[in-house]
Design a protein around this ligand. Sequence first.
Ligand code: ZN
Length: 180
Amino acid sequence: MLTGKQIDALTIFNYPDPVLRAVCTPIESYGDSLEALGRRMIELMRAVQGVGLAAPQVGLPWRVFVIAAIEENGQDRIFVNPELSDLSGRAQAEEGCLSLPDVTVPIDRATRATVTACDPTGQRFQMTTEGLLARIWQHENDHLDGRLIIDYMDTQAELVNRKALKALKAKYEAAQQDQR
Ligand code: ZN
């Protein structure tokens, strides 16, 4: 796990950083440090008006994501070792991603889903939802397997996003150069 200082220093990683392609490993130790990580991820997500953020997006290849409260009486929530089940229905909508600024891709997803996960203390919980929240769960769960919205692009979406992706790659390469 991480120290408080390391948690404070976390930032959002952009495509094409290789950590976004990692198949993330399950969390095995629960407690305060994991809770602090989740809180920090919620803070980072909120700062950029995001609705979800997965651990690989802050450089950590671990099976954790956070979701913003988008429903009435909902709350920001931390999902540890989440598993989706009972996916049903099908609908298409445009999706963006905090790690892919200026990129949007129309994606077919199930409209209804159940998630089973643990909270940072290791307590298991299960929720079922539909609509936008079900879509966000699927998007964030994809991150834990190294899957990104650009993997769903058809020829049209490739054309639309070509410039933005090229710019992201150039920015990443320039940052790598600076580090050397
Ligand atoms: Zn994303």
